[in-house]
Ligand binder design. Structure first.
Ligand code: PLP
Length: 396
């Protein structure tokens, strides 16, 4: 019989020529384990997914309870399913007034697609603006908003998309106008390698969108649910979006996404024609039950309040001369070195030492660190010690 690794290489369609190839036997808390018992410290949370670590007991209990009730019963938006409505209500309670209508989908890309359609329908305008080096997903619409590196091989993509420079006041004034249906932006750019702008920039963006009647869409798919030290990253800037995108950590390890707006905006997807966005599995009851349990836990423990301190603590542990810059917001961290050629041996050595890290889509010379928010002091120290060892041994 072929090994699982052999089957992986033979039958799983690849996305890269060099997958990590560690087989997972089980996962618990901050760690996952290979079949030979080797333990790995997960310093990236499945790319900003497991904000409370793997298999949090409250999440498991909610999943188990829902398994005993029902799985899929009907496409989204027809039957009243308590996990969906309770989650939507709980999210609305944590959001600025008005952001109370929640469309539940399967993924981040689908949340982006839904919001793009929503913006066109609501405003009747053709143009959508996004930032250079943005990442909003990999489907054709979402990809159209993304950075050039991943777009160029898939043209023609969507027409009517314009890109602005993240953080540029000039671009806000010059590019956003009466043709603009929406501006999509990440409050902290994840795949650009933890890049963010000052509050005044987001305030100017908010003001300009309001002036011209464009929807301001915050993609918090990576930053949401506490990752940056606040429940929502937009809280750092004192501005609220018209549409909020969530996914990744939302489902607590199960697939789930959402786009959220004001009821009068969302209304337009239900008429002329009806069914403006359709999804079979969006808002799966088991995913929603998990999401609700996790949200309750996050709110109850306020675990995100420690993210900034933990992030700062971690960054202070790295002194290796190869690290040229550290960018950090809460527990979103980029350790920048000279090049991918310099970084890759460090990441590989860290993996051998039992620490999983990664790099970023548009910034392959930076190590990505995004551990679960409930990482303990002992685990922070373990990560720092092993990563410093990986840096040292890669340059000796
Ligand atoms: N938006 C942001 C900011 C992301 O980081 C991602 C995924 O990395 C997405 C959207 C796409 O989410 P998904 O992979 O669930 O489609």
């Amino acid at each position: 019989m072929l090994s699982n690794r052999a089957l992986f290489l033979r039958h799983l369609a690849p996305t890269s020529p060099s997958p990590l190839m560690i087989e997972v036997e089980r996962a618990e808390g901050l760690y996952f384990y290979a079949p030979d018992g080797k333990r790995y410290l997960d310093m990236i949370s499945g790319i900003a997914v497991s904000n409370l670590g793997h298999r949090h007991p409250a999440v498991l209990a909610a999943i188990q309870a829902q398994l005993d009730r029902y799985l899929h019963v009907m496409v989204y938006g027809e039957l009243v399913q308590s996990p969906q409505v309770r989650l939507a209500e709980a999210l609305a309670r944590q959001l600025p007034k008005g952001l109370s209508s929640v469309y539940l989908v399967n993924s981040g890309a689908e949340a982006t697609e839904g919001a793009m359609k929503l913006a066109k329908r609501y405003t009747g305008r053709p143009e959508i603006i996004a930032c250079h080096k943005a990442y909003h997903g990999s489907t054709q619409g979402a990809l159209s908003l993304g950075g050039e590196a991943f777009r160029q091989a898939y043209r023609p993509l969507l027409p009517g998309i314009k890109h602005i420079h993240y953080g540029s006041f000039r671009d806000i004034a010059q590019e956003i106008g009466p043709q603009t249906a929406a501006v999509f932006i990440e409050p902290v750019q994840g795949e650009a390698g933890v890049v963010y702008a000052c509050p005044a920039y987001f305030q100017a963006l908010r003001q300009r969108c309001t002036e011209v009647g464009a929807l301001l869409v915050f993609d918090e798919i990576q930053t949401g649910l506490g990752r940056t030290g606040r429940l929502w990253a937009f809280e750092h800037y004192g501005v609220a979006p018209d549409v909020l995108l969530l996914a990744k950590s939302l489902g607590a390890g199960l697939p789930l996404g959402a786009f959220i707006s004001r009821p009068e905006v969302m209304q337009c997807l239900s008429q002329a024609p009806v069914l403006g966005h359709i999804t079979t599995f969006g808002g799966h009851p088991v995913s929603c039950a998990a999401a609700l349990a996790q949200l309750d836990e996050i709110i109850h423990t306020q675990v995100y309040a420690e993210a900034e301190e933990k992030g700062l603590y971690l960054t202070r542990q790295f002194k290796h001369p190869a690290i040229r810059e550290i960018r950090q917001k809460g527990l979103m961290i980029a350790l920048v070195v000279e090049s991918f050629a310099v970084l890759k041996p460090v990441i590989d050595r860290a993996l051998e030492l039992g620490v999983l890290t990664d790099w970023f889509l548009y910034c392959d010379q930076a190590m990505r660190l995004a551990p679960p928010l409930n990482i303990s002091q002992t685990e922070l120290d373990e990560a720092a010690q092993l990563l410093n060892q990986a840096f040292q041994e890669s340059f000796s």
